[in-house]
Design a protein around this ligand. Structure first.
Ligand code: GAL
Length: 851
């Protein structure tokens, strides 16, 4: 009982110092650090953190997300600060709605969690322009993220604005608030190296600016090994166990433990197996790391035009423990929760000493931490990617699966192994709901009627963002060519070819009002050459190029100077005269769409045009078309999405709120399975090849009214809006796969808690979504089943009562727990064999459950 007592004492001390700190005047709340850890009110802490970016969900979702994060074992919520949403034009600030960062942090505080505020103001984050407002690019003489006075002045202004806002709301821990850590800049190291002295000067200036703001909490710089004292340099990556801070008196901090990866239109979905993520975290902790942050814990949605780019999808799901919709992703969430519990049970030993490392085999090690008052925690690691290992530690034997770490929070009992996932796996489905779309109407974005007041004409091709200032994704480049009636192609010869060089991101070519073809770059290679036959006629022909930005770059050296739009040359080939270079002739420009100028997406202005009643016209896929419809909000609590598989590319709004960009681009990748054991890289575990990269678009519940919601889409290519459906995200089936306890743990449990206490036995937990019930057991086997969720199979050992036991205990229930032990299944189907219980259960709404 010694272990429990000292853990209890440890917790009580923490609680007491918190209470004392909060009772003004007793002692000052403070955050410092030493070589081992961040020190809060005199206590070294192992801190578990997760990224939740406030603009990527709605304020109505925040409390639930943060609560789930807390339940998942987190101590800290990390967020970047997104400059471009807060200062859309110089000096005009916006901290409302999704941008209400103070409200977000107060929600974190209310939940009893800490916050890490990564101010940047460069944030990367797959966010438009890396978080910089586009106007910043037009400050005279500016050069981003280097020793440049205009940039430094602007950065100082915004950083001070944020710090002062936080101070005025008492948000720093030194003031009794939740913020225990702040970040300046973001991954500046590589950039600094490229820039030499200018980089170094800027970096030291940024550190000095931060420290001078006197927040009373430490500052970090991630991926910046030269970070000057007292700023702590930290690590970002899939693994950070090779990382050591630049001074021996700084703690080892992992600011971005990538829980998955982002997606780009046309690419596959990247999954990171939880066994590997847990392994990476355990490796970091055993090395002496004391603060780690999941990037992302909830990824969320890139609403509006906030996605970075180009080509970052609207979904920023990230395979995070909380999915895009805020639902718990199993088994990721649950397995990490158990990891966190094991780490927390070891906390006292972890913060008390450096590990003593011993070899347990050719690819096996033990890391042992101990404290003066007798706490001991051990991490037993097997780095072998192929074979399990049986190791001997403190005269006991332990089995370690490949690529795994067992945590012994008392140096004796392996309470957790990173590769043994004992928690339920949920498979989600997107179910159509009855929400009829009525009153369809269409409106053509008719480019013949571009009116002169909104266009201008000049010689040559202009850079897109210089013209649009990113007020719209769209820029029209329009010119005309006169074709003589004697051209040979007019008499049956081969049609001429138009070649247009673009620096991205997408281009639609219209010849005399007809879509002639489209071209797209990729994230890696934004430049592309559009080549296509053009159907010209004798006389004047109008060539209209619609250049489309799909998110401004968020990463790369001086990305603010990268060009977007039709760069030229634009050339016609195949005319009798040979090649005709159009690049330097007169071009007429229009920023944005007519429909945008008329605010067609907003319910107030929707009636400003005559929509064609879609029931009266043949709805064939039409490029450059606005569509509108109305629908009533579906019933139920599940999160909602729009199924846009039938559409091409464009943007979508509900009740005037932008859901984001959509694009039914099909994923190209290598989806040949995924083995958790081996160093993870995003290409390793891909899903969804051959499917649209993104088919479903999150519709936040709070954006809906009970009736008459307006849906508006702008479609660039074509598509069938009548097939658009509203779907709800719900649990389809749940699986669990849990080992019975190894005999020695069994004996130890019995010795400690008595035989009758099945409370301490391992259990299969099955839980359907809210309002759902288990309707059938698709698979159940207590014995030696094999396979994974969806493809379980009976092994040589199988208890014949498996199905009946599970059916009896689970059917008709929303959740059930079944102990994994032979007593429950009548008799032991194969004595002296370590058994497991694998189950797959089907979930359905209550009505279906009752038949
Ligand atoms: C990091 C960066 C993050 C994010 C991440 C990838 O390098 O700091 O902001 O972009 O990569 O998701």
């Amino acid at each position: 009982m010694k272990l429990m007592d000292s853990n209890l004492v440890f917790k009580l001390v923490l609680l007491l110092s918190w209470v004392l700190c909060m009772s003004i005047g007793l002692i000052k709340c403070s955050v410092t650090y030493d070589s081992k850890a961040i020190v809060i009110n005199g206590q070294r802490r192992i801190l578990i953190s997760g990224s939740i970016h406030y603009p990527r969900s709605t304020p109505e979702m925040w409390e639930d997300l943060i609560h789930k994060a807390k339940e998942g074992g987190l101590d800290v919520i990390e967020t970047y600060v997104f400059w471009n949403v807060h200062e859309p034009t110089p000096g005009n600030y916006n901290f409302e709605g999704r941008y209400d960062i103070v409200k977000f942090l107060k929600t974190v505080q209310k939940a009893g969690l800490y916050a890490h505020l990564r101010i940047g103001p460069y944030v990367c984050a797959e966010w438009n322009f890396g978080g910089f407002p586009v106007w910043l690019k037009y400050v005279p003489g500016i050069s981003f993220r280097t020793d440049n006075e205009p940039f430094k002045m602007a950065m100082k202004g915004f950083t001070e604005k944020i710090v002062n806002l936080m101070k005025s709301e008492n948000m720093f821990e030194s003031q009794g608030g939740p913020i225990i850590l702040s970040q300046i800049e973001n991954e500046y190291g590589p950039q600094s190296k490229n820039l030499g002295a200018a980089g170094h000067n800027y970096m030291t200036w940024a550190a000095k600016l931060a420290v001078g703001l006197d927040t009373g909490v430490p500052w970090v710089m991630c991926k910046e090994e030269d970070a000057p004292d007292p700023v702590i340099n930290t690590c970002n990556g899939f693994y950070c166990d090779n990382f050591t801070p630049n001074r021996p008196y700084k703690p080892t901090i992992w600011t971005e433990a990538w829980s998955g990866w982002f997606t780009e239109f046309g690419g596959p979905i990247h999954n990171r197996p939880v066994q590997d993520l847990a392994f990476a975290v355990a490796r970091f902790i055993q090395k002496g790391g004391s603060f780690f942050n999941y990037y992302m814990y909830h990824g969320g949605t890139n609403f509006g035009r906030s996605a970075g780019g180009p080509f970052i999808t609207t979904s920023y799901d990230y395979d995070a423990p909380l999915d895009e919709y805020g639902l718990i992703r199993q088994p990721k969430y649950g397995h990490l929760k158990e990891l966190h519990r094991a780490i927390k049970l070891s906390e006292h030993a972890l913060v008390s000493s450096d590990p003593i490392v011993t070899s347990l085999g050719s690819a096996q090690q033990a890391h042992v931490f101990s404290s003066e008052n007798g706490n001991c925690a051990a991490f037993l690691a097997n780095y072998d990617t192929k074979s399990a290992a049986r190791v001997k530690f403190n005269n006991m034997h332990y089995k370690l699966p490949p690529w795994s770490i067992s945590i012994l929070s008392d140096c004796r009992n392996a309470i957790f192994n990173t590769a043994n996932v004992g928690v339920q796996e949920s498979q989600m489905q997107m179910l159509p709901v009855s929400a009829d779309m009525i009153s369809w109407g269409t409106y053509n974005e008719d480019l013949t009627s571009l009116d002169d007041s909104s266009t201008f004409t000049t010689f040559g091709l202009l850079e897109q963002i210089n013209v649009t200032r990113d007020s719209s994704d769209y820029l029209w480049y329009i010119t005309s060519v006169d074709i003589g009636s004697s051209e040979s192609f007019l008499r049956g010869g081969e049609l001429p070819t138009l070649m247009a060089q673009s620096t991205g991101h997408a281009l639609h070519v219209f010849i005399n009002g007809q879509l002639s073809g489209s071209g797209f770059g990729t994230r890696e290679n934004r430049r592309f050459l559009y080549t296509g036959k053009v159907n010209l006629h004798a006389g004047r022909n109008k060539i209209a190029l619609l250049s489309v930005a799909v998110g401004l770059p968020n990463i790369g050296g001086h990305f603010e100077t990268w060009k977007t739009g039709v760069s030229g040359p634009v050339v016609l080939h195949g005319l009798d005269q040979g090649k005709w270079d159009l690049s330097w002739q007169k071009w007429t420009y229009q920023v944005g769409l007519k429909g945008e100028a008329m605010n067609l997406n907003s319910p107030e202005s929707i009636s400003s045009v005559n929509w064609m009643d879609a029931s009266l016209i043949e709805l064939k896929p039409q490029p450059l078309t606005w569509h509108k419809a109305e629908f009533d909000a579906p019933e139920g609590d599940e999160p909602l999405a729009l199924d846009l598989k039938s559409m091409g590319k464009g943007q979508v709004w509900i009740n005037g709120q932008s859901i984001g960009r959509y694009w039914t681009a099909y994923a190209v990748g290598d989806c040949n399975g995924c083995n958790y054991a081996e160093a993870f890289r995003p290409p390793k575990c891909q899903l969804g090849c051959g499917e649209p990269t993104q088919r479903w678009y999150h519709v936040p519940k709070s954006w809906l009214k009970p009736t008459q919601n307006s849906l508006v889409l702008f479609e660039e290519l074509g598509g069938d809006p009548t097939k658009i459906a509203i779907v709800k995200r719900s649990v389809a089936c749940v699986c669990a796969d849990v080992n019975e306890f190894h005999p020695y743990i069994k004996n130890w449990q019995i010795e400690r808690y008595g035989k009758s206490e099945d409370f301490h036995k391992p259990k299969v937990h099955l839980r359907c979504g809210a309002g759902q019930f288990i309707t059938s057991i698709k698979f159940a086997s207590f014995g030696t089943p094999t396979g994974t969720c969806g493809s379980f199979q009976q092994g040589t050992c199988h208890a014949s009562t498996s199905y009946t036991v599970l059916e009896k205990m689970c059917i008709g229930k929303q959740r059930c727990a079944v102990p994994v032990s032979d007593t429950i299944f009548g008799q032991d189907p194969c004595p002296n064999v370590l058994k497991r219980l694998s189950v797959e259960a089907i979930c359905a709404p209550m009505t279906t459950a009752r038949g």
